[in-house]
Design a protein around this ligand. Structure first.
Ligand code: GTP
Ligand code: MG
Length: 177
């Protein structure tokens, strides 16, 4: 017979506070499922969203938010790292960058950390609606170079651009499991 499956392939979303993780998840699903806020540091736990009994999205707490006490930040970091290393169903991590800011040390450190632990990841530059079309391609090249010429997808939670390609890439991660 068939048994109910209790866990599904997971894709996690990481990035600094306020970069647009929850908005990206909502746009991918066309649902207001993840809480978004203009107040940075809003997502403070790992939030799991299971979609159609097939796939689970994990909205990670944003890092790099200065107004949080150091002790609390350490706690989050331990929580996130523990999850990223040990999660049995984790297929890949989407590292989200603001296209206007590019990566900082945290994003590079996260990519190194994931590579070290053999966790697949992909980079997404979001908020690309904030740039004019001509600036966008220029900035894409700059950011791609900054991340060591890893693949970089452009995305906008506001207008949905990049959504189909991101879905394809994520599904490729889950089918590789
Ligand atoms: P934390 O959970 O606090 O770490 O934040 P987050 O990374 O989940 O960011 P969130 O999705 O809450 O978005 C933060 C702010 O950026 C909100 O005001 C969003 O409306 C805005 N935002 C997110 N994505 C986009 C985008 O693609 N384009 C534009 N223009 N604004 C965006
Ligand atoms: Mg959030």
């Amino acid at each position: 017979g068939t048994y109910p499956q209790l866990s599904y392939p997971e894709i996690a979303f990481a990035g600094r506070s306020n970069v647009g993780k929850s908005s990206l998840i909502n746009r991918l699903l066309n649902q207001k499922i993840a809480r978004t806020s203009s107040t940075p540091g809003r997502t403070r736990q790992l939030n799991f969203f299971t979609i159609n009994d097939t796939l689970t999205f994990v909205d990670l707490p944003g890092y790099g938010y200065a107004k949080v006490a150091k002790s609390e930040r350490k706690g989050w970091q331990r929580l996130i790292e523990n999850y990223l290393v040990h999660a049995p169903n984790l297929c890949g991590v989407v590292i989200i960058i603001d296209i206007r800011r590019g990566p900082e040390e945290e994003e590079k450190a996260l990519a190194d950390f994931l590579a070290y632990h053999d966790r697949p990841f992909l980079f997404v530059a979001t908020k690309c609606d904030k740039l004019k079309r001509s600036q966008r391609e220029k900035q894409r090249q700059i950011v791609a170079r900054q991340i060591g010429d890893e693949a970089l997808l452009l995305f906008s939670a506001q207008d949905g651009s990049g959504k189909d390609v991101l879905w394809q890439e994520m599904l490729a991660l889950t089918s590789g499991q």
